[in-house]
Structures are given as structure tokens and as C-alpha cells.
Design a protein around this ligand. Structure first.
Ligand code: PHE
Length: 379
């Protein structure tokens, strides 16, 4: 009996290792990097832009000879814009494909779902765009190359209060979205500390399409500005419906507004609105212009912030592998943590002791149906 059990368990172990090794697509000459991105669903432009920027970084690195004598191979999983799928995606990338590092996600809620899995497996993760402070608190293997929302909220509060000169603001936030809840809170704290007043707050959930009830309630409180810390699909519909209700005050958003779809959906209604972001393709800096031109050649459009952040996240991962000299996870982790003054297309990137990036913020306005650069604020 005892022996049979032993044989059985040996067979099971052999089978399991066979299954695991079938999943490994690495050959000796490749370094496998995983990407989990929203290529479909409510925020599909986030994933598509990130993937395009990241592929540019991969191709440029490989064309220049690769790293450690090997080529980078990027394996991409679609999160369908859903947190549950984000968790499944990184589990596949880590357990089945055995990637040495993970890049993604854009949305904080999705990064929060996936980060604990990367941390538990000790596989370094770099999010290109998740700005909620909780993301990198998930553990010492979790990094980001974007700014964080306490900073973004403060800058937008100052912009609304000082630059626009408005003292009474209302907030319309997405209560199913960690990023939106956090940014609303940080905006409110800063705006009040400047002497501003939050005259009303309303909520919606991602996927909603009719915001008239919330907007009517906000209008009754007579705000001078409405803050919408959400993603582009809902933000554009909100502003459009607000204009139909004769709410002609400035609307203010954050990086979640950054998508070509914003103006496509919102049209002329988007005029007299403002948002913060990580990148403007109109920045005259030659590094930015060179990137923007190459991107345009490849994809036939201007890069948005997510394309730029995807590109930078890739380059930082590859630079760290080069400096580590190996792909062993603890050494790679240490090398990412040691990133200093890395010249990305979204500015100089230094990873701080909390694994966050200190970065400038760009403020854009919508005027005559076009994005117009307003100002850059240093951290
Ligand atoms: N910062 C957003 C989040 O954390 C995601 C985002 C970043 C969206 C940049 C658009 C552009 O959820």
C-alpha cells in the first residue's frame, strides 16, 4: 500500500512538472516579460496604448541587440477591463509562462487585484499608470513609473482654486473605482485646506450611461466647478449631459480622462474642461518629439500618456535587468528599486523608497474641441 502511494505521488509530481514545463515558452535565448492590459472592455484604449508603447520599447531593445545576450519576449494577457480577470492574467503569466517580470495594469483597481499575486510569487511588477497610493503598498516587489494621487489631487485643487480662481466645487465620483474614490478624497482635502468649499458630492458606477439625476442634484448646489475623477467614457458622457442641463461651468478631471475617445464621445461639450496627465505629445522636448514621431509612423496616431508610460515602464524594466546582470527575481527587484534619474519620455524617473516615481504633472485644457497644453508642475 505504502509503496503504491509513493509511486502514485511520484507520477503526479512528474505530471505536474510536465504540465508546468509545457507552459514555459522560454528558450535559452529569450527573457520572458508579462504584460496584463485592458485590450477590451470599458477602458480598451488604456490597454491598447500601453501595449503599443511597450512593444516599441521591446522592439527597440531587441533591435539594439537585446539584453544579457538574449532577446526580450513579451507575453500579453487581456484583462477585459475587469479586476478578476487581472488576477487570472498575472496568475497565468507567472505560473504557466514563468515570466521574470510583469508590467501593468493601468487601472488601480486592477493593479490592486494583481499585485498581491506578484508579491506572493516574488515577481517584480511595474505598473505604468496606477496612481492610487495603495498599489505599491502591496509589497516590496511592486513599483510604478507614474505619479500618485495625493500629488495629483493637490495639483488639481490648486489649479482650480488658484489658476481658475474658483472657490465652490462639486464632486461626481465613481464609487466602484479605487482610483476615483482616492482622487476625490485627495482633491477635497487639498481644496478645503486652500479655503475652498465642496458644495455637493454625487456618485455613479463604471458602466452607467445616464447621469442626469446626479447632475441635477449638483446643479442645485450651485458649484463654480465640477470635479469628475473618473475614466474617459463616463467622464465624456457626464460633461455632455451636464451641458444639456445648462451647466456651463468648468469640468475638471485627472489622468483617467486621457484618451482620444474623450473628445470623440464628448464633442464640443468638452470645451471649458481641464485635466491632469503625465505626458503631452506637444511637448517640444526632442526626446518626446522623437518618440511621438516614431509612434506616429508605426501606429498612425499621436501617442497618449499611456503609450508613453507603457514605453517608459518597459525601458525601466529592461534597464534594471541589464544592471542586475541576471533575471533572478530578488536581484531584479533590487535593480528596479535603485532606478535613478532614468530619462524616460515622461520625464526623469527616480524610484523612491516607497517604490513610487517622483514625476512632473502636465495640465491640459480642451479648447475648440482640441487638447491644449496649459502648464507643467514639478513635484
Ligand atoms: N491613474 C488611473 C488609475 O490609477 C489610470 C490611468 C492613468 C488612466 C493614466 C488614464 C491615464 O486607475
Amino acid at each position: 500500500m505504502h509503496r503504491r502511494k509513493k509511486i502514485l505521488s511520484t507520477v503526479i509530481i512528474a505530471l505536474v512538472s510536465l504540465i508546468i514545463s509545457c507552459g514555459q515558452q522560454a528558450d535559452q535565448n529569450e527573457i520572458l516579460i508579462g504584460e496584463y492590459s485592458s485590450l477590451t472592455g470599458t477602458t480598451a484604449t488604456y490597454g491598447l496604448s500601453t501595449h503599443r508603447g511597450l512593444m516599441m520599447a521591446v522592439d527597440e531593445t531587441n533591435n539594439a541587440g537585446g539584453i544579457l545576450g538574449k532577446k526580450i519576449k513579451l507575453l500579453t494577457e487581456d484583462t477585459q477591463s475587469k479586476p478578476e480577470e487581472a488576477a487570472t492574467a498575472v496568475t497565468k503569466l507567472i505560473s504557466r509562462d514563468r515570466v521574470v517580470g510583469v508590467i501593468g495594469e493601468v487601472s488601480s483597481s486592477r493593479s490592486l487585484a494583481a499585485a498581491p499575486i506578484c508579491q506572493a510569487n516574488k515577481i517584480p511588477m511595474i505598473t505604468n499608470a496606477s496612481t492610487n497610493p495603495e498599489v505599491t503598498k502591496k509589497g516590496d516587489y511592486i513599483f510604478r513609473v507614474c505619479f500618485i494621487d495625493p500629488f495629483q489631487g493637490e495639483i488639481m485643487a490648486k489649479f482650480t482654486f488658484n489658476s481658475l480662481g474658483l472657490k465652490r466645487a462639486a464632486i461626481l465620483k465613481d464609487i466602484k473605482n479605487d482610483y476615483s474614490i482616492g482622487l476625490a478624497q485627495f482633491f477635497e482635502e487639498s481644496f478645503k485646506s486652500l479655503g475652498g468649499e465642496i458644495v455637493a458630492t454625487q456618485a455613479y458606477s463604471e458602466g452607467d450611461a445616464d447621469f442626469k439625476a446626479q447632475l441635477t442634484a449638483l446643479k442645485a448646489a450651485n458649484p463654480e466647478a465640477v470635479i469628475v475623477p473618473g475614466y474617459y467614457t463616463e467622464a465624456a458622457l457626464i460633461v455632455k449631459q451636464a451641458r444639456e442641463l445648462n451647466m456651463n461651468m468648468p469640468f475638471v478631471g485627472g489622468d483617467g480622462w486621457d484618451s482620444g475617445k474623450l473628445i470623440e464621445i464628448g464633442g464640443e461639450s468638452m470645451n471649458n474642461s481641464y485635466f491632469s496627465t503625465a505626458f503631452s505629445s506637444d511637448d517640444p522636448d526632442p526626446v518626446v518629439q522623437n518618440f511621438a514621431q516614431k509612434y506616429h509612423q508605426l501606429y498612425g496616431e499621436k501617442p497618449d500618456a499611456l503609450a508613453a508610460l507603457g514605453y517608459d515602464a518597459g525601458l525601466i524594466m529592461f534597464d534594471a535587468i541589464k544592471r542586475a546582470g541576471v533575471t533572478e527575481s530578488s536581484k531584479l527587484r533590487d535593480a528596479i528599486a535603485a532606478t535613478k534619474n532614468f530619462r524616460g519620455v515622461t520625464g526623469l524617473i527616480t524610484i523612491d523608497q516607497h517604490r513610487n516615481a517622483l514625476k512632473p504633472i502636465v495640465i491640459l485644457a480642451v479648447e475648440n474641441g482640441k487638447l491644449v497644453y496649459k502648464e507643467t508642475v514639478q513635484p
